[in-house]
Write a protein that binds this ligand. Structure first.
Ligand SMILES: NC(=O)N[C@@H](CC(=O)O)C(=O)O
Ligand SMILES: [Zn+2]
Ligand SMILES: [Zn+2]
Length: 375
C-alpha cells in the first residue's frame, strides 16, 4: 500500500488528526490519500434480471471480483445453473468492465457429492453456500440438518472447496440476537469436529463470540465482515424510530460486538476479509410492515470500510483486509491493478433506479462520506 502523507493541515484538521492518527502526528503527517491493490467482495448478492442489471455496475466500478451468492428464486443448486447465471452476470456488466463473478452453489439436503466434483471441475465455481433452512432471504430450500449433507461436505473437504456458512440457528426458542453465538456451539463446532480439514468461511460475522472463535481456530477457518456491522450497532436501527434500511441478517448487535469486529478486522490476522453482504431489495420491500432483511452497500462499499478503518486509526490495515486476505484464503492471486482513495467528501444519492420502475435506497442515502475513490 502506498501512503501519501500531507503536511499542510489546518488547525481543525490537526485536532481530528490527533484523535485518529496519534502515531502519525508525532511525525506531523496525516494520511489523506491511500492507494491499495484493487479490492474484492467475498460475499455479494446480485439478484437476477432487471435487478441484476441495476446493481452489478456499482460493484464492478470498485471491486475486481466478487463471490456471488446463490439465493435466487429458485436457488442456484447445480453447476449448470451457476454457469448460466454467470453468463447473465457477464452480459449485465457495463461495457468494457473486467469484473469477474466467482460463482457458488446453494447446498440443499439432497446435493449429491458428484455435484461438488462437477463444480470444482468447472473452474468458475469457487464455493458452496450453507443456508440453514429459514435463516434468511430465500433460504426455504436450505439445509434442515447437516447430517443429510455429510458425504457432500466430505467431498468439499476432499476437493478443497470452501463452505460458506450463514451462521445462525433458526429455532423459534433462540432469541434473534443470540442466534449466531448459539450456532457456533450447536452447528459450527460439531461440523468442524466431523470435517477438520474443511475450509469454512463464517459469513458476515456480527458477534464477539464469532470473532473470537475464528481468531483462535485453525487456518482453514476464516470470516467475512460487512462494513455496516463495523460501523453501526443496533441503536442505529432502533433508537428514535425504526430504520428499515439498517435491518439485515444477522441483525445488528450491541456496541461490544461492533468493537470486537473492528478489533478483528484491523488486527492484521489474515483470517478476516471483506464481504459486503450488499443485499438489494426494492424500496417498498424494505419500507414495509414486514420489511426484507438486507442492506444495500455496494455503491459505497470501499468508502464505508475506509470510514471504519479510519475510526480505528488503522488505514494501514485496510489493504490486507480488502484486497489480500480473501484471495489468499481462496488460493487466488490478488488483483493486478489498484485503486486510490482520497479524503474528499461526497454525498450518496437518495436512491438509485431498480427493477420494474422501482427505486433502491443505499445505506446512508443522502449522507456525506469522507472517503472517495479517485477517478
Ligand atoms: N443479509 C441479509 O440481510 N440478506 C441477504 C441474505 C443473507 O445474506 O443472509 C439477502 O439475500 O437479502
Ligand atoms: Zn447470510
Ligand atoms: Zn448475504
Amino acid at each position: 500500500m502506498l501512503w501519501h502523507p500531507r503536511t499542510d493541515f489546518s488547525a481543525g484538521r490537526i485536532a481530528y488528526t490527533v484523535a485518529v492518527f496519534s502515531s502519525f502526528i508525532s511525525l506531523g503527517l496525516a494520511v489523506d490519500v491511500i492507494t491499495l491493490t484493487r479490492p474484492d467482495d467475498w460475499h455479494l448478492h446480485l439478484r437476477d434480471g432487471e435487478a441484476l442489471k441495476a446493481v452489478v455496475g456499482h460493484t464492478a466500478a470498485q471491486m475486481g471480483r466478487a463471490i456471488i451468492m446463490p439465493n435466487l428464486t429458485p436457488p442456484v443448486t447445480t453447476t449448470a445453473q451457476a454457469l448460466e447465471y454467470r453468463e447473465r452476470i457477464l452480459a449485465a456488466l457495463p461495457e468494457g468492465s473486467t469484473f469477474e463473478p466467482l460463482m457458488t452453489l446453494y447446498l440443499t439436503d439432497t446435493t449429491p457429492p458428484d455435484e461438488i466434483e462437477r463444480a470444482a471441475r468447472s473452474g468458475v465455481i469457487k464455493a458452496v453456500k450453507l443456508y440453514p433452512a429459514g435463516a434468511t432471504t430465500n433460504s426455504d430450500s436450505g439445509v434442515t440438518d447437516l447430517a443429510h449433507c455429510d458425504d457432500t461436505i466430505a467431498m468439499l473437504a476432499k476437493v478443497g472447496m470452501p463452505l460458506l456458512v450463514h451462521g445462525e440457528v433458526t429455532t423459534a426458542d433462540i432469541d434473534i440476537f443470540d442466534r449466531e453465538a448459539v450456532f457456533i456451539e450447536r452447528v459450527m463446532k460439531p461440523l468442524l469436529a466431523r470435517h477438520p480439514a474443511l475450509k469454512v468461511v463464517f459469513e458476515h460475522i456480527t458477534t464477539q463470540q464469532a470473532a473470537e472463535f475464528v481468531a483462535q481456530a485453525p487456518d482453514n477457518i476464516a470470516a467475512t465482515i460487512t462494513a455496516h456491522h463495523l460501523l453501526f450497532n443496533r441503536n442505529k436501527m432502533l433508537v428514535g424510530g425504526i430504520r428499515p434500511h439498517y435491518y439485515c441478517l444477522p441483525i445488528l448487535k450491541r456496541e461490544q460486538h461492533r468493537q470486537a469486529l473492528l478489533k478483528a478486522a484491523t488486527s492484521g490476522s489474515a483470517k478476516f476479509f471483506l464481504g459486503t453482504d450488499s443485499a438489494p431489495h426494492a424500496q417498498g420491500d424494505k419500507e414495509s410492515s414486514c420489511g426484507c432483511a438486507g442492506a444495500y452497500t455496494a455503491p459505497a462499499a470501499i468508502e464505508l470500510y475506509a470510514r471504519a478503518f479510519d475510526e480505528m486509526g488503522a488505514l494501514d490495515k485496510l489493504e490486507a483486509f480488502a484486497s489480500l486476505n480473501g484471495p489468499r484464503f481462496y488460493g487466488l492471486d490478488p488483483n493486478p491493478d489498484s485503486i486510490t482513495l482520497e479524503r474528499k467528501s461526497w454525498q450518496l444519492p437518495d436512491s438509485y433506479p431498480y427493477a420494474n420502475g422501482k427505486s433502491i435506497i443505499p445505506l446512508l442515502a443522502g449522507e456525506s462520506l469522507e472517503w472517495s475513490i479517485k477517478a
